[in-house]
Design a protein around this ligand. Structure first.
Ligand code: ZN
Length: 300
């Protein structure tokens, strides 16, 4: 009996530590800073909405047959999103569409799985999530290689893969009726690139943006922006983002060609005054410069 009890306690201990280990892998609560910025829902047109939580955004589409949701972000945001959808319709969420594999955009979808939603992601999302699983992030049920169209209640959401750029699974989404793109992470209007550009490949990023520019669209909804930024922009923001990256790379390469090889000296001397008005110019430009130095220095 004593032995059994001890085994049971041991087993229970094992169970608890497994649980806390799983919980430690990825944060299950909102990232620090989520609270003060709140969330909002903007109606874009017939059944199309932009949901913003902190500086993250997704789009969702309400049809007579159910709802298409994109990037659920994290458990807290997903819960808020679910309650906002409930204010609009009592139809269930039928599809959750992932933009790419990063956990800060696609966690928390488990609550929609419980509603019976099918999850859609690029085949590399499945690979990445299988390697880095999270208990709150269901694996895609539907995967694809180059493109896929989600159809529900007479609505279409077109998904297109442009190759590696930010990771190797990012897709651009298109609302054909509105001729609008939903672009996550690779286009953020009027802001310099994110910090050290984590998981961004600068040359592939520029190539992808050129390819996107050549497609048919009038508007862009970006996956990031605080509540002070518009929910939707005109098509030119894709080009603006590409030109910023080209200017950044040219400035860093120019300084390196002129003999400056220390990343610290580059960060102190390279300036891009044309972008002084963009968000985080002072804070993040030096980090952008170091990332481009690494690209030219290491070929990476
Ligand atoms: Zn990302």
């Amino acid at each position: 009996m004593k032995y059994l009890l001890r085994s049971a306690i041991l087993l229970f201990g094992l169970f608890v530590s497994t649980l806390s280990l799983a919980a430690k892998e990825f944060p299950l609560t909102e990232p620090v800073g989520g609270e003060p910025f709140g969330h909002s829902v903007t109606t874009l047109g017939e059944g199309v909405y932009v949901f913003r939580w902190w500086v993250y955004r997704n789009i969702f589409i309400v049809t007579d047959e159910g709802v298409i949701v994109t990037d659920p972000m994290n458990p807290k945001a997903a819960k808020l999103l679910q309650s906002e959808i409930r204010k609009i319709t009592d139809k269930p969420v039928k599809y959750v569409v992932y933009s790419h594999n990063h956990h800060d955009h696609i966690s928390g979808g488990i609550i929609f799985k419980e509603e019976g939603a099918k999850f859609v992601g690029h085949e590399n999302v499945l690979k990445e999530l299988a390697d880095h699983p999270s208990p709150v992030t269901p694996l895609p049920d539907i995967t694809y290689k180059d493109q896929y169209t989600v159809e529900l209640g007479g609505r279409k959401l077109e998904l297109k893969y442009f190759g590696a750029n930010h990771g190797e699974s990012l897709v651009v989404m298109r609302l054909p009726k509105e001729n609008a793109l939903f672009i996550v992470d690779i286009v953020t209007p009027r802001r310099v690139a994110f910090r050290m550009m984590p998981d961004f490949w600068p040359d592939e990023w520029i190539r992808s943006l050129k390819e996107i520019e050549a497609t048919d669209f009038d508007y862009v909804i970006s996956g990031h922006g605080p509540n002070t930024e518009p929910a939707i922009d005109t098509a030119n923001v894709v080009k603006d983002q590409r030109v910023y990256l080209e200017d950044l790379m040219a400035a860093v390469k120019g300084a390196m060609d002129a003999g400056v090889h220390s990343p610290d000296k580059l960060k102190a001397s390279v300036k891009l005054p044309k972008y002084k008005g963009w968000r985080y110019y002072d804070e993040w430009l030096p980090m952008n410069i170091e990332r481009i130095w690494a690209f030219y220095h290491m070929g990476w």
